[in-house]
Design a protein around this ligand. Structure first.
Ligand SMILES: Cc1cc2nc3c(=O)[nH]c(=O)nc-3n(C[C@H](O)[C@H](O)[C@H](O)COP(=O)(O)OP(=O)(O)OC[C@H]3O[C@@H](n4cnc5c(N)ncnc54)[C@H](O)[C@@H]3O)c2cc1C
Length: 418
């Protein structure tokens, strides 16, 4: 066991809680501070996918031109609100720079490796029984297409996934009917990524909070970190709206808010919030397979007790404004694919949103900073934060404990050049 330390974790989303879990297991004394009630936001509204299949990062060729094309259509699945904000412009420029075939290819095995590490850790948490019998399903994920164009686009990713030893098979419409027998999918076929898993995020989050609290991890809800004091290259004190805490190590896992926190310490992190929405349908849908509906650019997940429809990537700054037209586009997108599916108005009215922390190159920030020897950053997981929670928590714990790392984290260095 390494030297026990006092560690403050700022942010109790999936990244902060997973970090607290592994730090605690390693024998450190952990305090999690979160400004919210820890019952909403990205880590609660997400699609629950654990995704080795997502080897192609968001920053891929053509994404910026899509964003520009969609800029004036606020119901489009990928929306960048036009704004003259220096941080956003710098981020968008670096996103464009990262969106090359070469960089996307280079990132693929890295994305696979960290996802597989995380999948194993989820399985270990499940097998340990510590969180009780939470929902964790091994049915894989369907990428469902209606058109040949979408099929050809995904065929390339599926081919690369196979080359990287991930399990994927193609299904025609008959094959699709066999795996999703109780509701008809209006589609040509699908790629079935058997390597993926899915879960019910809010259930897992609640169980994790309960487990950590019982284990003696201090979890402070509704407490906002407002300042940080340092002594040369050492962070000494974390100041909140309720008090102050001395710390040996500080972890920034504050999701989309991390860059405004790091700015207080003179550390510039390029990060933008990518808003997404979810609709929960509690009535019977007959949907049993998780599916990304390619032309509608949205996700469907059968969760424990309900079906979740989620999607959109909206770059409009940090806000939780629900844009009704975007939520309705998700409902319509699903209804186009599933025969007879009707998403109740009431469920559409109860939609919620969350902010994905998005880096310019689609890889997370995991690592120490150059300026402070006891500050670690754990954010920027974009569309894979749910999937990568446990791997990130484990890697951060290894850093804090000065142990051998489970994988090379050089590609995730926070202050990297794009
Ligand atoms: C609709 C949707 C679907 C998604 N589907 C998937 C999926 O299927 N699979 C997948 O892998 N990922 C998915 N994601 C992405 C994933 O949800 C996010 O990447 C992940 O939840 C980010 O977790 P986090 O802990 O970094 O941030 P958050 O969950 O945002 O947590 C950050 C926390 O920090 C707190 N905080 C911020 N500032 C402060 C402060 N100053 N003081 C104290 N606390 C602070 C906030 O209150 C917040 O609770 C989806 C996201 C969305 C929106």
């Amino acid at each position: 066991m390494s030297k026990n330390k006092n560690v403050i974790v700022v942010g109790g989303g999936i990244i902060g809680l997973s970090t607290a879990y592994f730090l605690h297991k390693e024998g450190h004394r952990v305090t999690v501070l979160d400004k919210s009630g820890m019952n909403g936001g990205a880590s609660h509204v997400n699609a629950g996918y654990i995704t080795p299949s997502h080897i192609a990062s968001l920053a891929s060729p053509g994404m910026i031109s899509k964003g520009i094309k969609y800029m004036f259509d606020s119901s489009s699945p990928f929306y960048m609100k036009p704004r003259l904000n220096a941080d956003f412009i710098k981020w968008a420029w670096n996103f464009k720079k990262s969106s090359t075939r070469n960089k996307v290819e280079k990132a693929m095995p890295i994305i696979r490796d960290i996802n597989l590490l995380s999948r194993t850790l989820y399985e270990r948490i499940k097998d340990s029984g510590e969180l009780g019998n939470f929902h964790f399903d091994k049915k894989g994920l369907l990428m469902v297409y209606k058109t040949q164009k979408a099929r050809d686009q995904e065929a390339y990713v599926a081919k690369r996934a196979k080359e990287l030893d991930l399990e994927v098979v193609e299904l025609d419409s008959d094959g699709l009917r066999k795996v999703e027998p109780n509701i008809e999918l209006n589609a040509l076929g699908a790629f079935h990524y058997e390597c993926d898993r899915h879960s019910t995020p809010t259930q897992f989050m609640e169980r994790m909070i309960e487990f950590l609290s019982k284990q003696g991890v201090a979890i402070h809800k509704n407490e906002e970190v407002i300042d940080i004091e340092s002594n040369g290259d050492n962070i000494s004190t974390v100041i909140t709206d309720k008090g102050s805490y001395k710390t040996d190590e500080l972890v920034f896992s504050a999701g989309s808010w991390t860059s405004s926190l790091s700015k207080k310490l003179g550390i510039k992190l390029l990060l933008q919030a990518g808003k997404g929405y979810r609709i929960n349908v509690e009535s019977q849908t007959n949907i049993s397979m998780p599916a990304i509906l390619m032309e509608s650019k949205m996700a469907v997940t059968p969760m424990d007790g309900f079906t979740r429809f989620s999607g959109t990537m909206e770059f409009s700054g940090i806000n939780h404004k629900i844009r009704r037209e975007r939520v309705e586009a998700i409902a319509m997108g699903a209804q186009k694919f599933y025969s007879g599916l009707k998403i109740p108005k009431e469920d559409i009215n109860n939609a919620q949103c969350g902010l994905r922390p998005v880096t310019p190159d689609g890889l997370p920030y995991i690592g120490r900073t150059e300026r402070y020897k006891n500050l670690v950053i754990a954010t920027g997981h974009a569309m894979m934060g749910w999937s990568l929670g446990p791997a990130t928590g484990k890697l951060i714990t290894e850093l804090v404990s000065e142990k051998k790392l489970s994988m090379d984290i050089t590609p995730f260095v926070p202050e990297r050049r794009f």
